[in-house]
Design a protein around this ligand. Structure first.
Ligand code: ZN
Ligand code: MN
Length: 479
């Protein structure tokens, strides 16, 4: 049998760090980085006798995430202890939620080639993050940094509704965009603010029973997730095809070798001995509390897309690209407000800005310049101070060292040549230097004009006003 005879079944557990100012059970800062063990206190260092107090903002953010992903919100929820030992978990248990998660039964809609598809969510619960282990390169030992211990997380658990790495990619991107729009997480994958555990299994098409699944933990780049899934699916099919059995195990994806490795087996056989945390009270939410959060939810990507179609007459395709990221979308709106040229701002974002982001593997949140800078770029092109080809060079500069585009243009001497005398001189030079093209043009080959204009542009390093060049060439050649 071939790969086409198999169906891939995947589910995701996504952990997102919440962007509350303080940790989930103490008032230490959640800020990323910092010298090791400086964002800590006796509570998040698990000193005996300390007591956790639940940060109300964590509940609010989780409910926001639940409402934005069409979940039911539990009126009566609680915290449980999940017991296991790990050196970066000094309490030897993680405070999480077991049988009464804050949010349940939601869905996220993605667009596949076959149309819209709902990826069902089983639950969203709140829990605390663990610390980090730093393996000492010199001493050979391992150091524990508890700055991250107690940073609030939501864990978003999907049903096994995903059927391809492409669907996983779309689902994760959609989820990330929703969390960014409601401003509950910065979703910086490179800092581990958003990470996914991917459960993969395969079964023969038509089979009802699910195949044995393996789990790849803590994946934090879209590219590795896609690669890892492709590898793991092929590996599982190969095992079955050669008469073997897929073992249930936790795998580690290695980006360098492009392979998965076994970390531990029979994850489900572990018994975490969940029980309600006796130090924390039940979480009871009133109807007004939930209603109030619902009413104050910010505009979500879908609504924004609709608005762009109507308000700016944007094409479906452009609107989709811009709203896919809150940062691009905010950049678009703010720049448009200043320069009042939505079409041009939109074009810069979907073409050159997106291209540069892609080439440098940057996220929109990492764009270094401001909406004011972009608006100014559009304005100086509109005013004819620079041509749009010089505009591209200004944009590159904005990425390298953000500052006012007018300043850049002055510094670099990129101001467009719109002086008739100067333009005429260039035109005459080019005509004199290219007698063959002049003959071609006069003989009816219109293409020759393009060549001559190109030569003039080259001579002025792109600074000549293209409309004036064109006009003057035609005038002179027809004399
Ligand atoms: Zn603390
Ligand atoms: Mn978890």
């Amino acid at each position: 049998m071939s790969r086409n005879d198999y169906e891939v079944v995947m589910g995701l557990e996504v952990h997102a760090e919440l962007s509350t100012k303080t940790k989930i059970f103490c008032s230490c800062p959640t800020e990323f980085g910092g010298a090791p063990n400086t964002h800590t206190c006796p509570i998040c260092m698990a000193m005996p006798g300390t007591l956790p107090v639940l940060n109300e903002k964590v509940v609010e953010y989780a409910v926001k995430a639940g409402l934005a992903t069409n979940c039911q919100i539990s009126r009566d929820s609680k915290n449980d202890r999940k017991n296991y030992f790990y050196p970066d978990l000094p309490k030897a248990y993680q405070i999480s939620q077991f049988d009464k998660p804050l949010c349940f039964e939601g869905y996220v809609e993605i667009e596949t080639e076959e149309g819209k598809k709902k990826i069902r969510l089983e639950r969203i619960h709140i829990e605390e993050d663990a610390g980090k282990l730093n393996h000492d390169e010199f001493g050979g030992g391992t150091l524990v940094d508890l700055n991250r211990a107690g940073v609030p997380l939501i864990e978003i658990v999907s049903k096994p509704d995903l059927r391809s790495s492409d669907e996983v990619d779309k689902y994760l991107k959609k989820l990330k965009s929703i969390l960014e729009y409601i401003e509950v997480s910065d979703c910086k994958m490179q800092e581990g603010s958003l990470r996914a555990d991917v459960n993969v299994s395969v079964r023969k098409k038509g089979d009802e029973k699910l195949g044995t699944r393996t789990e790849m933990k803590n994946m934090n780049s879209f590219r590795s997730i896609t690669r890892a899934i492709e590898y793991e699916v092929t590996r599982q099919i190969d095992v079955i095809e050669s008469g073997g059995k897929v073992e249930q195990e936790t795998l580690r994806w290695d980006d360098v070798s492009g392979k998965t490795f076994s970390m531990r087996d029979k994850e489900d056989a572990q018994d975490y001995r969940y029980f309600p945390d006796p130090d924390l009270v039940a979480i009871k939410l009133s109807e007004e509390y939930i209603e109030n959060i619902k009413e104050n939810l910010p505009e979500l990507p879908e609504t924004r897309r609709e608005r762009y179609l109507n308000e700016y007459k944007m094409s479906e395709k452009d609107a989709k690209i811009i709203v896919s990221s809150k940062f691009l979308s905010d950049l678009f709106e703010e720049a448009t407000k200043i320069c009042n040229n939505p079409k041009s701002v939109c074009n810069w974002i979907i073409s050159d800005i997106s291209r540069i982001l892609n080439e440098n593997e940057m996220e929109p949140i990492e764009i270094p310049f401001t909406a004011e800078n972009l608006a100014e770029l559009v304005t100086i092109i509109d005013k004819g101070i620079i041509s749009s080809s010089i505009g591209k060079k200004v944009l590159e500069e904005l990425f390298k060292e953000p500052r006012s585009p007018e300043t850049i243009v002055k510094e670099k001497g990129w101001i467009q040549i719109s002086d008739e005398g100067e333009i005429k001189k260039v035109v005459m030079d080019v005509i004199a230097a290219n007698p063959n093209s002049v003959k071609d043009y006069k003989g009816g080959k219109d293409k020759a004009l393009g060549f001559l204009v190109g030569q003039a542009m080259k001579q002025t390093k792109g600074k000549a006003n293209p409309q004036m060049l064109n006009k003057m060439f035609i005038e002179e050649l027809n004399k």
